[in-house]
Design a protein around this ligand. Sequence first.
Ligand code: COA
Length: 174
Amino acid sequence: MTDIDIALARPEEKPVIANLMQLYTHDFSEHWSGRPEGELGDDGRFADYPYLDSYWSGPARVPLLLRAEGRPVGFALLNDHTHSGRAADRNMAEFFIVRKHRRGGMGTAAAHAVFSRYPGTWEAAVARRNVAALAFWRKAVASHPHVHDIEESDISTEEWDGPVIRFRIEAPLP
Ligand SMILES: CC(C)(COP(=O)(O)OP(=O)(O)OC[C@H]1O[C@@H](n2cnc3c(N)ncnc32)[C@H](O)[C@@H]1OP(=O)(O)O)[C@@H](O)C(=O)NCCC(=O)NCCS
């Protein structure tokens, strides 16, 4: 099993996530050709992620830093804003593994650890063009040992365009 540590990011670690967010945005910009999003500023940086501060504002928003051998390898940002219009305990708002560590099971190990830490009803929405992420989430969700009631829908609204996976993670027996 891939050895990955997931920890609540402390406020002073916000710049670590902000730096990783630059890499995440670069990955996403691949899907934004022909659109206004994803242009670099004059300083050669992408615009700051506008919601980052909100992840330290209350229990519904959870900033997690992912580390392997003590080094940052990604992040997960959780909130309770769903794209289906149905309530959920958790929504996987943003999730990222750095390129060096991809395709070795790290994303799956991190996702499983995050789901297990926060049992309940979940949603993960995937942008339509992000076909790699859809393959990843389908497999990561279905392979969790305590997953139930997996549903996938396709949403096309003003607010969201793409598949949404809903599922429930059962809390382990005490
Ligand atoms: C999606 C992401 C988290 C996957 O992380 P990872 O560590 O590579 O994931 P894993 O190694 O656990 O992959 C598990 C499975 O997911 C699928 N998968 C992962 N990346 C894939 C890709 N680029 N293309 C197709 N399938 C992929 C494969 O089935 C893979 O199993 P395999 O390697 O045995 O074929 C990572 O690529 C990433 O951070 N991407 C950019 C940000 C992003 O899209 N985040 C998701 C937002 S919804």
